[in-house]
Design a protein around this ligand. Structure first.
Ligand SMILES: [Zn+2]
Length: 445
């Protein structure tokens, strides 16, 4: 029999949908699954590891439904700019110079380290050279969906515009058959990809059972641009070309009309809400309450670390709730329970992983986090869910188990060499700084 990891004592939030916190006896993971959850007694076997969780909350790991992990290496490169200036003057030039397989591997590892240390156990990543993202997530021991970027312009891993079909094919053919990371496709947006591209990717995803991610209705500029090109909203455009279904994840959904929301509902599209990125780029505030009320499965994401600028899902939860209240003028909008569901079961449903993760149920994958509640900012406790969403921080996460393996123990990353990742990231940043200090016309690449 396999040795088990057993969590004992503490409290447990096994099903965020119910929001019920119960006193906890024992939960055991064997191999990569939950063997039992909150069982009163267990028989210890030789080789079992018992982790005492007195004073802690045990819950499912958080799910970050939208990220561009490798962009951690561009964190803080340029701030306080609107999306178009940020992209055109900074991100696109440094991407075209620096994004390589090594860059994506290192940047994704850095993000994975940050995420697992703060209790995120699954990420939907969307970028380029996604073989390297999958490799980095697997090496850190993090669950993920790795969505290969597609756009009609030249991309770092597809320098010839229009060759993205071959690039996508080689990504899908070479994807590791590892249970931890699933492949997917990310079409950047309706302003960087045309109808033919969307239709082709939609067919590839339909045939292979893959998720399709896309930035949708993020900024006013996008709404105006798509109206100019197609005379429709981005959601209407995607519906009109037949590319919306339950495997489509519409990221951002900031500027939606009531008709857009009914199209998303009718097609069972999933939404990924990224409030902090939307605030930082002054894109606007998503009508997330309206989406939830219309029955749209809505997940929560940080977006990339260059537009957030951290990957702390506790902060994202709190911000999501507060922003919904500001937008609606209603303090009851998006309460703590609504938002913790978005970051767990909502994320699992959006990514099609709800048979595996998002709840703690025997037989499901063992993605479990332990939060140390014995902290001044988490005391006293009248309402555990309130404390988790409105008061907790990523640094309160003490232990993290993903796929049955302990990846964080006592606030330390045990699945990878964090010091080495940090050193390599600093060395890389020196090269970027040097490049940015040069006058534009003297920059190579
Ligand atoms: Zn994004």
């Amino acid at each position: 029999m396999n040795p088990r990891t057993i969590l004992s004592n503490g409290k447990i939030l096994s099903d965020p949908d119910s929001g019920e916190i119960r006193s906890h006896a024992h939960t055991a993971c064997s191999d990569n699954r939950l063997e039992h959850v909150n069982q009163p007694e267990y028989e210890s076997r030789p080789g079992d590891t018992v982790i005492d969780c007195t004073g802690c909350i045990i819950m499912p790991g958080l799910i970050n439904a939208h990220n561009h992990c490798a962009m951690s290496l561009f964190r803080g490169i340029a701030d306080d700019l609107p999306l178009d200036a940020w992209l055109n003057n900074y991100i696109f030039p440094v991407e075209s110079r620096f994004v390589s397989p090594e860059f994506v591997y290192l940047g994704t590892k850095l993000s994975a380290a940050e995420m697992v240390l703060s209790g995120t156990t699954t990420v939907a990543d969307a970028y380029f050279f996604m073989e390297q993202s999958s490799r980095a997530l697997i090496d850190v021991g993090m669950r993920g969906v790795a969505a290969q970027g597609v756009l009609d312009l030249p991309a770092p891993d597809c320098p010839e515009a229009g060759k993205w079909r071959q690039r996508l094919q080689s990504f899908l053919a070479g994807h590791p058959a590892d249970d931890l990371v699933r492949p997917a496709v990310f079409v950047h947006s309706a302003y960087l990809a045309g109808a033919d591209t969307f239709r082709h990717v939609f067919e590839v995803c339909r045939k292979n059972g893959l998720k399709m991610f896309c930035h949708v209705a993020e900024t006013v500029w996008e709404i105006e641009e798509i109206a100019r090109r197609y005379g429709r909203s981005p959601v209407q455009f995607l519906d009109n070309i037949g590319c919306l279904n339950q495997d489509f994840i519409a990221v951002h959904c900031v500027h939606l009309t009531p008709e857009d929301i009914s199209i998303l509902t009718r097609n069972e599209v999933r939404a990924a809400h990224c409030p902090e990125s939307n605030m930082k780029l002054a894109s606007g505030a998503s009508p997330v309450n309206d989406l939830l009320n219309a029955g749209v499965t809505t997940a929560l994401g940080t977006d990339g670390p260059a537009s957030n600028n951290n990957l702390d899902m506790w902060e994202e939860m709190r911000t999501a709730s507060f922003l919904a209240k500001v937008r609606s003028g209603d303090p009851q909008a998006l309460n703590a329970h609504d938002v913790i569901k978005m970051a767990t079961t909502g994320g699992a449903r959006a990514l099609g992983l709800d048979d595996e993760v998002g709840k703690l149920v025997p037989g499901m994958k063992a993605d479990v986090i332990v939060i140390d509640m014995n902290q001044p900012h988490l005391t006293p406790t009248y309402n555990y869910v309130s404390n988790l969403v409105y008061s907790a921080r990523g640094s309160d996460v003490r232990d993290v188990i993903i796929n049955g393996k302990v990846v964080v123990r006592d606030h330390k990353l045990v699945s990878a060499d964090l010091n080495r990742i940090l050193m390599e990231a600093h060395a890389f940043a020196n090269e970027v700084s040097e490049f940015l200090e040069r006058p534009r016309d003297l920059r190579p690449g």
